[in-house]
Design a protein around this ligand. Sequence first.
Ligand code: CTP
Ligand code: MG
Length: 400
Amino acid sequence: MTLTPVPRLAVIVVAAGSGTRLRGGAPKAFVGLDERSILHHALRGVFTAEAAQVVVVVPDGFEGEALTDARDAAGDRTDLVTVVTGGATRQESVAAGLGALWADVEIVLVHDAARALTPRAVFDRVVAALDAGAVAVIPTLPVVDTIKRVDAEGRVIAAVDRSELAAAQTPQGFRRDVLEAALRSADDDHTDDAAAVASAGHPVLTVEGDAAAFKITTAPDLERARAIVSERPLAATVAAPAQRGPQVGIGTDVHAFGGDGTLWLAGLEWPGEVALSGHSDGDAVAHAIVDALLAAAGLGDIGTHFGVDRPEFAGAHADAFLSHTVGLLSAAGWRVGNVSVQVQANRPRFAARRTEAERALAAALGGAPVSVSATTTDGLGFTGRTEGVAAFATALVLPA
Ligand code: CTP
Ligand code: MG
């Protein structure tokens, strides 16, 4: 555990509801999405955003379970976690969370645990708007359905102008003093915090929400969240690179001889050698490195990012693949530590050009060291029969 300076920002994660509409057999935040609970997923999102005091508000009796979830999601930032018991309404739960804030906190985000898959970008947009001077900020999405006002008998009374409507999400962000004062003087039970702040007379700014920040309310919502979690690459659900440290990955690739033109392998052109076939130049060495790097960063594989439907990579050489991969890693917060790749092939002979290949590959990776070795297979297998080339790569990635 590292001790972080006291943050100026706090996130109150309200998770004290019972989930009556979901009927999930447990308070909603403690229902599982995969092997982890809704709360655990929500907290993972929170901990990928800017360092903040994180106050988790839970139903009476669930404090221990919440603390375990929170510590697990917090990585090396467990010192930032506080768990408190919530109240009978959401507003009371928010008030309980406010009561646990540290003195130095100036900005408060209130976030529904039920919006378990909220992307980090939404947090960032809310904080940025507060930093730019707003006192209250909510993420919203345009309303896409046509909205009608309907009476108790289900008859349409009037159409509602959709252009004036927006669906409010969380995290909702506030200057701490403004939120505290608004909730102190609020008599109604507002369904969200922005309503209390608005009725206290403060302007509430909107920033763009995200469809992924939908609230798990009913059983179909839970199914949708479970489907998303089961399909998305692990990296999207795990902690940020800074909390994960160095990671290794492996990648292999094979291409057959018989392509057009000259051979391209390990980032070099080999005049006089038979070309490899493939959608691109068939550079098995480069492709194995791409897979190893993506695997290390948990970003899927070469097919995820360079599918055959990407015409810009048809016929592309190693430098295009590798530099694009470095860009993908960098966007996810990783940089390349080093790469080691072994080629199995009878041809071409690497001995004379090994250093040249290492330099070309390293340059395409932005300077990270690459080692290349080559071997034959004693006449065995397809490489032994000179039918093609196989490459095996390992890569180390580090938090950027
Ligand atoms: N919440 C809370 N304390 C309450 C009520 C709600 O902390 N007394 C939290 C919920 O845990 C949820 C968020 O506020 O993360 C939004 O509320 P909602 O989706 O309505 O959740 P529940 O109240 O649990 O669900 P339901 O209304 O179906 O019972
Ligand atoms: Mg509720």
